[in-house]
Structure formats: structure tokens, C-alpha cells
Design a protein around this ligand. Structure first.
Ligand SMILES: C[S@@+](CC[C@H](N)C(=O)[O-])C[C@H]1O[C@@H](n2cnc3c(N)ncnc32)[C@H](O)[C@@H]1O
Length: 346
């Protein structure tokens, strides 16, 4: 539960500058949280309260400056002062520990990494030119491959986002009739592991890039699933393993513009049998302008991908139709995601 004590200095109702001030103040809040993560303050605090001086000594930081960051993160509800100049983690703050279940540390690292910041700053240029900032590196995934620490953090970040979604897919979708399944761009195997655990009769194949498959191998082995999961290094624009009963594509299509999305869907359609199915997991943007988690994600796609975008339900169904697939939404999932089942049109 949040213990935020932020002074909002007004409300949206009586101050027309409120929204913009909030956005600007958000940058300082994020800088403080980023510092806390970078210095591993949460890991140092997890065994109990520490004085600012002792924490600074363990973090090898300047105590005076660290104290200012701690005041900010205390106001955000991530830590609390238990004695003068002495802080302990709150429940929210514990999520920043490296070994917390679904730790938020990788999410902060990925979103504060320098390339991500530069790409965020370049969004006006991306909007003017129509060309994504990261295109100079190839794709965002090519960029990640060059910075192993952040590449690993990205895979962990995806785990924290996918874990609750995977649990929902595994429990809500009827996998009867599925004996073999390919997870296309399966990341570190979070989705595949949940499906395999819930369906002991299924064997899975995970396809991903060479800079990601080692994390998937470690994850699936740690869960005792190595003997039911094959790992394939490959490029889903070139080929995917053929003949499986189901092809999972979780948070894949939204990374790509329509042309690239149709290329990968075409490769999958080509590989699947006529009685196979695609299980697509992505955000469905509402048709109107109401707030939705997909809006921020759409700007994130604009920021780090060249063509990646969130889509409405009808845009997805249309894309699938163009790829020779008939889609239907079968479940709403956590994180604003939905599950679309798509069958060959014939
Ligand atoms: C947003 S992540 C989704 C990971 C996973 N499906 C999930 O939901 O947690 C996209 C994944 O696609 C993989 N990927 C990107 N381009 C690829 C390509 N050309 N061939 C195979 N995998 C690719 C990335 O390495 C990454 O693991």
C-alpha cells in the first residue's frame, strides 16, 4: 500500500498549471528513485533501519546529498524515518530490492538507462521526422544486445510485467487440444513457464535472440522445466519452428509497425498447421481518449521503437485478417493487456 505524503500544492480543480507542474516534479521524483536504485539503497536497508551516515558509507556515497534523496523518497512513501536521520523500507520500497518477488529494480534501471533518456528527449524529433531515435542502433533489441547489464535488466523487467499476465493466461485460457506450443520472442520464458506449469501435457519451444535465450534457459531450468522446453536462437522475421498446435506472441506485435508486424505474423502463419492457433497478448487501446495504460505504453513504443505502436481491437483484428487469421478477444488480462485467439481463415 502506498504511503505517499507528496504535497500536491494545489489541485487540478483550482490551478490550471497543476498538470504541467506535476509532470515537471515527476522528473525530480524519478531522479531520486533512480538514485536509490543505482546506489542499491533498498538492498542495504532490507535487513533493517540505517542512519543516513551508515547507509552512505555502505553505498559509498556523499551523506549530505544522499540525505536529500532519502527525504524525497520518504515523501514518496518508499522509506520512512523511524528516528532522527534513520530510515527503514516501506512495503513499496521493498519492491526495489533486487531479490524482491517481481522486483521493480530492473524497471527503474531500464527506464533510466542513458539511451532510453536520449530517446525520450528525442520524441519531438521522432514525431517531426517519422523516424525513431533508436533506428541509428538498428532496433531497440540490437541496442540492448550491446549493453549486457541492461539487456538482462530488460528481460527481468519483462518478467515483472509478464508474471501476473502469464498466470492469468495459464488459468483462463482453455489449452485442451494443445500438445505443442511455440513462444515467439518468448523473452526469459515467464509466459512459457506459467503455461507449462499449468498444463503438464504441453511441450514448449521458446524462440528468441541469442542475447536473451541464456536468460530463458536459466529461468526454465530453475523451475525444473528444462526437459519440457526447447530453446531456439533465431530471428522471427526469418522463421519460427513449424507444426506446433499453438503460437504465443506476447508483447511482440506492439513493438513493430504494420509492415513488420505483418511480416512476423506471415512467418507464423506459414509455420503453423491449418488447425493451429495464434495466442496474441497485447494491449487493446480504447477507441476514445479516456485514460488507459496503453497511452503511456504507446508513447514508450514511439520512444524506443521505429514503428512500434499500441493498437485498438479493430486494428488488431484487421492486421490479423491481413495475415490470413481470424481473431477474437477471449480474455482481459492484467496490465491492460488482452488475449486474442486467432485461427487460420482457410
Ligand atoms: C517485449 S519482449 C516480450 C517478451 C515475452 N514475450 C514477454 O511477454 O515477456 C519482446 C521479445 O522479442 C524478442 N525479439 C525481438 N526481435 C526479435 C527477433 N527478430 N527474433 C526473435 N526474437 C526477437 C526480444 O528479444 C524480446 O525478448
Amino acid at each position: 500500500m502506498s504511503e505517499a505524503t507528496i504535497d500536491h500544492a494545489g489541485t487540478a480543480g483550482d490551478d490550471p498549471t497543476f498538470t504541467v507542474w506535476e509532470l515537471i516534479r515527476g522528473l525530480s521524483r524519478f531522479a531520486a528513485v533512480h538514485t536509490m536504485v543505482d546506489l542499491r539503497c533498498a538492498d542495504h536497508l532490507k535487513d533493517g533501519p540505517l542512519t543516513v551516515e551508515e547507509l552512505a558509507r555502505r553505498c559509498e556515497a556523499n551523506a549530505s546529498n544522499l540525505g536529500r534523496v532519502l527525504r524525497m523518497t520518504a515523501a514518496l512513501g518508499l522509506i520512512r524515518q523511524v528516528a532522527p536521520n534513520t530510515y527503514e523500507l516501506t512495503e513499496s520500497g521493498m519492491t526495489l530490492c533486487e531479490d524482491a518477488p517481481n522486483s521493480m529494480r530492473p524497471a527503474v534501471l531500464v527506464n533510466s538507462e542513458i539511451g532510453s533518456w536520449l530517446a525520450t528527449n528525442a520524441v519531438p524529433q521522432t514525431v517531426r521526422s517519422g523516424r525513431g531515435y533508436m533506428a541509428r542502433h538498428g532496433t531497440y533489441y540490437d541496442y540492448l544486445a550491446g549493453i549486457p547489464e541492461i539487456n538482462h535488466a530488460f528481460n527481468e523487467f519483462m518478467r515483472s510485467r509478464t508474471e501476473p499476465v502469464a498466470a492469468a493466461v495459464a488459468s483462463r485460457y482453455d489449452f485442451s487440444g494443445v500438445g505443442t506450443l511455440v513462444d515467439v520472442g518468448g523473452g526469459n520464458g515467464t509466459m512459457l513457464a506459467a503455461i507449462l506449469r499449468a498444463n503438464p501435457g504441453i511441450r514448449g519451444t521458446l524462440l528468441d535472440r541469442d542475447n536473451v535465450v541464456p536468460d530463458a534457459r536459466a529461468n526454465l531450468s530453475a523451475q525444473g522445466l528444462a526437459d519440457r522446453a526447447e530453446l531456439v536462437i533465431g530471428d522471427f522475421f526469418a522463421s519460427v519452428p513449424a507444426g506446433a498446435d499453438a503460437y504465443v506472441m506476447a508483447s511482440i506485435v506492439h513493438n513493430w509497425g504494420d509492415e513488420d508486424a505483418l511480416r512476423v505474423l506471415g512467418v507464423v502463419r506459414e509455420a503453423m498447421p491449418d488447425d493451429g492457433r495464434v495466442l496474441l497478448v497485447d494491449i487493446l487501446l480504447p477507441d476514445d481518449d479516456r485514460p488507459h495504460v496503453g497511452r503511456e505504453m504507446d508513447i514508450r513504443m514511439l520512444t524506443v521503437f521505429d514503428g512500434g505502436r499500441e493498437r485498438t481491437r479493430s486494428e488488431y483484428l484487421d492486421l490479423l485478417k491481413q495475415a490470413g487469421l481470424r481473431g477474437r478477444v477471449v480474455a482481459d488480462l492484467p496490465m491492460g493487456l488482452s488475449l486474442i485467439e486467432a485461427l487460420p481463415t482457410g
